[in-house]
Write a protein that binds this ligand. Sequence first.
Ligand code: GLC
Length: 427
Amino acid sequence: MTAVNSTADTKWFTEARFGMFIHWGLYSQAARHEWVKHRECITSEDYEKYFDMFDPDLYDPRAWAKAAREAGMKYFVITTKHHEGFCLWDSKHTDYKAPNTPCGKDLLKEMVDAFRAEGLHVGFYYSLIDWHHSEFPCDKIHPQRDDKEFREKTKGRDVSKYAAYMRDQVRELLTDFGQIDILWFDFSYPGEDGKGHEDWESEALVKMIRELQPSIMINNRLDLPGVGDLVTPEQYVPTEAPTDEDGNPQVWEGCQTFSGSWGYHRDEASWKSVPMLIQMLVNHVSRGGNLLLNVGPTARGEFDARALDRLQGMGEWMGRHSRAIYGCTQAPAEFAAPLDCRYTWNPETNRLYCHIFAWPFKELHLPGMEGKIKYAQLLNDASEIKFRETKADVHAALNAKTPQGAVTLELPAVKPDVEVPVVELFL
Ligand code: GLC
């Protein structure tokens, strides 16, 4: 298979570092995971009640966009269609769309406008999987996978008709909503009773996308070797930056949830705390990646209190620390972060940021930094952090020793009143 050369613009993306994923659809009403149709083997007939009831009367995308911007996010990715097949926009190619529910309108257009008005870049998630479409062949993850009669009845389904439907829809998404910065496909599972690039006709899809929007980024889930402007680890943070077969670093974005489910989940109790989420963001950036953090709005169209609380907490931190995130990346290998710390580094300003996850007692030794630091300060209040190098230490017998080649930061005894303190090092 021929690799398709990419014309994607990734510069804004690697500077942005922090985005919002939004999973919103009919499953928000079930409120027990966006895979509910699969998990509970619900038929399309039985699922229809959610279509008939969908009425997000409190939907105000300007409030969503504001919450995202205030959290420090620079882009968003919205599920235009998830695996259930329901479309948020007024697609000409299906009746299974928001305008035909009690909500009665296109939900996507307003959203795109609202996020753009807050200065965010726009990404569209589009599910390759479709558990509603009449030509989508039943397979091992289909809600009716175990229903022999259904399999028999639907065995004449023609996946190439479905692939054409996807192209029609993607064309619409890339024609009617202005410039789209990311196309986020989900997902391929090639092999027995699965689906991959031959089913999706990925090559034709990519060719069309590149013609319509040459600078758009396409993620790596089309099962097409050579296509993937971004690598997308999900629900885990890679311990080091992913590389391609030749060892070159890849553009990557971890996508993560607050609580495990992507769609609104009323009863899930495993919500991450604000400090944990900030550390997660730092972990991504310190390994050269982006964090795409998911919100699952309710079926009435709101971010719930738990989500708003986390976003607000992250925004509070970002307000004083975004300099250590935007435009930053993994530090050069010569800088090895000390215990319980992470480094991010801005190559343009040549500043190194030491994010301190566990506050030490008074002193922090930075290995290998002797002679490299001009000035150091706490980022939250620009208060100077004095430091000493090994040489200066030889007469101070009562002081703890600075290890060879290290710089010792003299920190206040009390942790600054921010979730994750950062020392800004001017090199
Ligand atoms: C998974 C799931 C899905 C979610 C996605 C986000 O692949 O299928 O529900 O949308 O991850 O990355």
